[in-house]
Design a protein around this ligand. Structure first.
Ligand code: 45D
Length: 173
């Protein structure tokens, strides 16, 4: 699904209004994130990782969880940069591809660990980087700020919700 910037802005202000009224920062941040375009979602995740990276230890993500994702990660490592970007866009857009279905059977924590590892691979240069000088849209920047204002537990909750909806569950209906 694609949103025009108009409808995304409407959704955004509705979600932010909801936030002030109900005080449910986690739900509104999640809703606002999901209203972003696929590229903006990827960019916000990347910037979230660069901000949070220090507070997530490799031990916390768990070697066992990464083992579940290892096959998929090594497949992605062997792809060209444009193919890697396409795979990530497909995951965020919930496009029904082989990679999206493989991802869809991961547990939520494995999904988080998978995205975390992709970021690490980006930092190491084996996965396509966000272009230098990439500018988040106003909406994207606002989501990132809102996310940064949450405490660590709330941030994890938002990220869990966001990544658990990505990909395609091959066992659903
Ligand atoms: O050309 O198991 C754009 C704990 C523009 C413990 C682009 C945990 C166009 C238990 C689209 C921008 C709860 C701590 C290009 C786990 C363009 C446990 C590229 C938590 C090239 C796992 C964009 C783990 C790209 C946590 C390539 C909190 C974007 C993990 C890529 C958090 C973005 C992980 C990526 C996060 C973002 C990962 C890969 C925040 C990944 C973010």
């Amino acid at each position: 699904m694609t949103f025009t910037s108009d409808s995304a802005s409407t959704r955004l202000s509705q979600a932010f209004n909801y936030s002030t009224q109900a005080g449910d920062a986690v739900a509104s941040t999640t809703a606002v994130f999901k209203a972003l375009s696929v590229d903006e979602q990827l960019a916000v995740l990347w910037y979230a990782y660069t901000e949070m990276g220090r507070s997530i230890t490799p031990a916390a993500t768990g070697a066992a969880r990464l083992q579940m994702a290892e096959g998929l990660l090594s497949q992605i490592k062997q792809m060209s940069h444009p193919e890697q970007l396409q795979v990530m866009r497909d995951l965020a857009a919930q496009a029904n591809t082989q990679v999206s279905r493989a991802y869809g059977i991961f547990s939520v924590n494995t999904k988080l660990a998978f995205w975390y590892e992709l970021s690490e691979l980006m930092a190491k240069g084996s996965v396509i980087p966000v272009p230098a000088g990439y500018q988040l849209s106003r909406d994207g920047a606002q989501v990132l700020e809102t996310l940064k204002d949450l405490d660590f537990g709330q941030q994890i909750t938002v990220l869990r919700k966001v990544v658990s909806d990505m990909g395609v569950d091959p066992l659903a209906d």
